[in-house]
Structure formats: C-alpha cells, structure tokens
Design a protein around this ligand. Structure first.
Ligand SMILES: Cc1ncc(COP(=O)(O)O)c(C=O)c1O
Length: 467
C-alpha cells in the first residue's frame, strides 16, 4: 500500500504531514527524512574524538552493512525456524566470545544489552543456589559499591538480597569486605566487575574467585564494558591477572555494543564452559533448556508451536527474551570474521590504542595542577576531580567545567568519586554530601592523536571556572 494512502487513513490524532493528493509518496518520504535529520542534528556525534561522555562509539562499517543487509528479512533468533541462518551465526558468535576466556563450549546467547544479560545471569544464579540451599533459602547478590546499578535492581526484582561490598579508593572491590559477607554463610552470588561504569575499575578477580571457591559462592563477572580487554597486550599486572581469571567465573557478560563495534541491542550472557562445568548438560550439541520441558513447567512455558524439535536448536529455549533480531547476530558474525578476536590482531590493537590514549590523557591531567587524579585507568575510562579546598567547591567546579568544555565541543560526563581519595590523597575537606568529578570514556583508538586537543579544551574550560 503506498504511503500516502496509509497517511490518509490514519486516525485523526496521528500527525498530519501534508494533504496526500498534493504530494507523491517519494516526495513525502524525503520530507519525513529531512525532518528526521533536523531532529537528529542537535545530537553530539559520538564518533568524534572530542566525544568522551559515555561508552558509545559508532558501529563498525561491516556491522552496519551486515545489519542493513539482513534487516528487511526480519529474522527472529528466538525459534530456530524463525531464522536458521542467523541462529547458526549467533551460536558461532557465542563460541567465539567464550573463546576469549578460554571457554571452548560455552552456553549462552545474545540479548538486548548488559542489563538484560546480567539479569539473566542473576536469575540463573538464584535458581542454582536455591537448588543447592533449598527453595526457602535467602539468596544474596553481592557486588561492589561501584558495580553497575542494574545489579541492585535485579536483586530486588528477583527477590534476592543486595549486599553492597566496600571498594577501595580506586573503585575496586575489597576482598576483605567480601570475605566478611561470605562468612555470614548465605547462599551468595558474587558479582565481580571487569570495568566499573563510573571509574573503569577492575575488581581483583583472582582473590574473589578464591574466596568464592572457599565459601561455595557463585561468581558472576560483569564484563559488559571491559571483558574484551582480555585481548589487550598493554594492561597493568593486576588488571591482566583479573582478566585472565575470568575463565574461573560461573557466568560472564560481555557487551558487543560497547567495545565490540556493534549497533545497540547486542549484549551477551555466557555460562561456564560446559567442558569443565559440573552442571548437567543434555547430550548432543545443544544444552538443556533453562525452563525444562514437561515435568516442571506448564506447557505454556515451552510451546510446541514455537519449539518444534524437528527444526533445530532454539535459542529461545535458553533466553528470557522473546523475539530477538537475527540482524544483530549477522552484524556481529560479520564483524568477527573481519576482525577476529585474537591477541595481536587488528581488533586487539584498537583496544590497546584507546587504552594508550586514556593513559596519555591521565598523564597530561596528572601533570596539570588544576586536577586531582585518582590512579591511572585500568582500562580506558578515567575519572578525576577539580582541585579545590573541599569537595563541595570541587563538585561545583566539575559541573562548571563540564558545561564550559561542552561549549568548546568537548563532551564529558560527571561521576561520583570515591571519598577516601578526596580526603586522604588530595587533602580536601569533606564539606559536602558527595564528591563529583569528571569522567571520560576514551574508547576510540583515533583519540590517541587528539589527547593534546582534549587536554587543551579542558585547560581552557577549567580556567573559566577556577580561580
Ligand atoms: C559494567 C556495566 N554493566 C552493565 C551495564 C548495562 O549495560 P546496558 O546499558 O547495555 O544495558 C553497563 C553499561 O554501561 C556497564 O558499564
């Protein structure tokens, strides 16, 4: 049906663009697209090197092309016969992402993003812990005070108790604090962050894994932002040890739509390698469904009209989400073919370069008396404060610098900085409710050539607000 007919037939409340008869459909389409462009024009370009506000970068050209090529087919990776080809690609992607951590046969799938992937991991953890400790057991989800806010939400949603674990002045979980939580003896799943959202901190996974093993706790690693860094050859020693210990987790989340160059709507949850797992698995290529067939769940949980076993492995059986874009799997699959996940490869080199840029920016700011620096970044997100006598004035200046920088085309975000660092390291008075600082996500390799300009814009911005 031509567009103008649709518009004429639209209900009276729908926006009216023009009388249909006066404008041919092609012209109307142009008009709508121009309006769209005008609406988008005010948005900062996240691909620009001066954009450091959030964990965003444009998808790779191959991802965009593969997505666009697949989009019109409206493939649905929930049932196998909704998208056999792209379901196969998804399984290949999952295997390759698991390979990052030395897992040869991981169970997992793509999903809408880190929040959903972490929700699913928490749900599975709860189910596993209830099976071990009894259905009435109180199940605890424990993560550092710097963990992404989705974990506390998930705990609430799933009827688990959220237990915040203290972190150090760099934003890393304190193993001693975790030990105290685990000694209370509850059925616990520990969330270790590989790249906290605010400070880019990496929790000490080797120590956390050892504590979990000793206390019978589950270990989930939230590597939404940082798990790809296992490929980077320029991590410091503690960070290297942490990412190398990812293989010891029971589940891992990694977001291809953050560092993996994918369009939004691409997260991934992975469960421990089935080759080493003690969890029961189904014979054959595909794992047992999360919601088991027959005995436990009502038939509505496993509808035959969706999961006709004649077809093949239904990803929907192991995913909470229903319909999911096959185009997303196709985009990731194509990206992984062009940029394989290997150390020393092109993809790894890009991660190394953006980390180098983050370190160079940290060093430039460190050598400039206007700022109060935390430790060097562990990955490629960094946060720092504005020098002042107390945290109240420092926070006010941070807001003002953010605004002044934006006027110079430099986009940063604000974040809460660890108080211990303000008082103990910078000698600032604790005279406010919190300490706000600036945050930069230096996630684009090209930013290495822009460090001077970024620093220059920051220097100019801080001069307008600090005395
Ligand atoms: C560590 C971490 N976990 C989870 C999330 C949530 O991911 P998403 O925004 O893809 O839902 C983020 C987002 O920045 C994150 O940094």
């Amino acid at each position: 049906m031509p567009e103008h007919v649709l518009l004429r037939d639209a209900p009276p409340t729908a926006p009216r663009l023009a009388p249909p008869a006066a404008r041919p459909a092609g012209q109307l389409l142009q008009q709508v697209l121009q309006q769209l462009d005008a609406r988008l024009d005010g948005e900062p370009d996240c691909g620009h090197p001066m954009y450091l506000a959030h964990m965003r970068k444009p998808p790779h050209a191959v991802a965009r092309a593969a997505y666009a090529r697949t989009l019109h087919r409206q493939l649905n990776n929930h049932p196998y016969d909704g998208a056999g080809a792209s379901s196969g690609m998804e399984l290949e992607c999952v295997r390759q992402l698991g390979g990052l951590f030395g897992w040869r046969r991981p169970l997992g799938h793509l999903c809408g993003g880190g929040t959903l992937a972490n929700l699913e991991a928490a749900w599975l953890a709860r189910e596993g812990l209830r099976e071990r400790f009894g259905q009435a057991a109180e199940v605890v989800l424990a993560g550092s005070t710097q963990a992404h806010y989705c974990h506390a939400r998930h705990a609430r949603l799933l009827g688990m108790r959220w237990e915040p674990v203290a972190s150090d002045w760099r934003g890393r979980m304190l193993p001693q604090a975790l030990q105290r939580v685990l000694e209370r003896g509850a059925a616990t799943c520990v969330v270790a962050s590989v790249g906290t959202p605010a400070l880019g901190a990496v929790d000490p996974l080797p120590e956390i894994a050892a504590l979990c093993a000793r206390h019978g706790a589950r270990l989930h690693a939230d590597g939404s932002y940082g798990a790809y860094h296992v490929l980077a050859g320029n991590l410091d020693r503690a960070t290297r040890a942490a990412v190398d210990a990812l293989s010891e987790a029971d589940s891992i989340v990694v977001d291809p739509h953050k560092h993996g160059l994918q369009p939004y709507g691409c997260g991934c949850v992975l469960l421990r390698d089935r080759a080493t797992s003690e969890e029961p698995t189904q014979a054959g290529a595909f794992p047992a469904p999360v919601v088991s067939r027959g005995a436990k769940g009502p038939p509505a949980q496993d509808p035959d009209y969706v999961y006709d076993d004649a077809h093949g492995p239904h990803l929907g059986r192991i995913a909470l989400e229903g319909s999911r874009p096959g185009a997303s799997a196709a985009a990731l699959w194509a990206t992984l073919r062009l940029l394989p996940l290997v150390r020393g490869g092109e993809f790894a080199a890009a991660l190394e370069r953006s980390r180098q840029a983050a370190l160079a920016l940290w060093q430039a700011l460190h050598d400039d008396a206007h700022w109060v620096m935390l430790a060097p970044p562990q990955l490629d997100v960094l946060a720092w404060g504005v020098r002042a006598g107390g945290v109240a004035e420092s926070s006010r200046r941070a807001r003002a610098v953010q605004q002044a920088a934006r006027e110079r085309g430099l986009h940063l975000s604000l974040t809460r900085l660890p108080g211990e660092a303000a008082v103990a390291r910078a000698g600032m008075a604790w005279d406010g409710p919190q300490w706000l600082g600036l945050r930069a996500c230096v996630m684009k390799p090209g930013q290495l050539d822009w460090v001077e300009r970024i620093h220059g814009a920051l220097r100019a911005a801080v001069r307008t607000v600090a005395c």
